[in-house]
Design a protein around this ligand. Sequence first.
Ligand code: ADP
Length: 483
Amino acid sequence: MKEKWVQIWNQLRSLRIQIFAVMFLVGLVPVLLFSRIVIKSYNGQILSQKTDEVKSYGNVISNLILTSGYLSGKPSSDVEKEAEEVANVYQGRVIIVDQNLKIIKDTYDLEEGKTVISTEVVRSFVTPDAAYTNEIGDYIQLTVPIVASQSEKVSGVILISFSTKNLHLLEETINYRAVLMMLAMAVCILLVSAFYSALVSNPLQKVTESIDQVTMGQLDVSMELHTYSELVKISDSFNQMTGYIHEQDVARRDFVSNVSHELKTPLASMKVLSDSLLSQQGMPEELYREFLVDITQEIERMTQIINDLLSMVKLNKDTADMTVTNVSVNDLLEQLLKRLRPIAEKRNVELTLETFRPVVADIDEVKISIALNNLIENAIKYNYDNGWVRVTLNADHKFFYVKIQDSGVGIPEDVQDRIFDRFYRVDKARSRDTGGTGLGLALTRSAILLHRGSIKLYSKEKEGTTFTVRIPLIYVAAKEGAL
Ligand code: ADP
């Protein structure tokens, strides 16, 4: 039972039903009220007009009575003629009563000579100004006092009753027509309300359908609503949203396929190596060793890729935990260089650090170490033998700047935009030899962006590369969802 009410309530909350109901009521109620009032006042007007008319005839008769001395018994054809005529025209009855309440003229010829005991007539003698009107069934009765102008004394009363049957018939006809007209208008308003409420709510139905489609995984849905500016905005935002989701979906698929591909390569090498070991019998031990060393290298490479992927997940803007501390960037760079110096020495690359001032900043030490380590390691890796790598540190009142310059192979201009993409490598073979996974710069950029910093690249092929990193000295946590 309760559920049924909830269902009914939910249906009533529908925009379509509400627009329909409001339009219908707003359209119909004034029409109903207005027509009622107009008809009523029109009928009242006609009735009072007729009463006034009859009253003025009553006055005419009253004047005739006064001038002819009809009340004192003198016969007057004028008075009688007029009385008969008024009675005829208005389908009524005229009774003339003298001072003694005796009926001296009745157009029905029924009551002459009798005494009137009607309170209205009696009252007319007492207060001549208050002409009395009374409606009895289809008749209206009114009293006209006969007042002599000199004495202002009521010397008799004319009692006129007239039929309102015709008026009532007219009223009924008008009412009937009004009801017909209102019904016609109600139907019109009903149709317009139904049409308009559907016009407003149908696009919203489309919005729901489109959202449902997206929920079910159909991402190529586009919404085209042109009816109202608000709906145009909704459909634009919706299309942007589906576009974004679609992009994310493509990126996710690309990423999964890249990861699979990257992991497949070392696995394939390992399979070839172990297959050849298995297929040949009685191989010398050194050869086994050599193959196993190769297999170990491939395992290391896979481990490196997986480690980088795990770091990337940690650096993901939605899940990253920032452990911000006050760190001396000078010390941090010195440590990094100390760790990397052996690699540089292997290729006789000169590695120098130049600091312009002591810099202390609020940073996540681990993340910034990963970022700078990648940049310096790349500068050594993608260098020529006997080359150089120069790291400089500077700061102003807001940011600190780390510049990593190298005399290496450089990055072709047309791929400089893609260098930060995951798994992107300029020279795949060379990068593989140096143990690169193509994830280093992607990690670097994520770490820098988490600090609300920026990274810029300047490079010329065969001449060298310069990366400039700018990081705020004070860490300001990004608002939720802002990154
Ligand atoms: P990798 O693990 O291959 O080093 P990165 O994301 O760190 O991956 O770098 C992507 C690619 O950018 C590298 O493969 C290399 O081709 C190029 N690259 C990065 N740093 C430099 C540099 N300092 N000089 C020249 N090329 C570079």
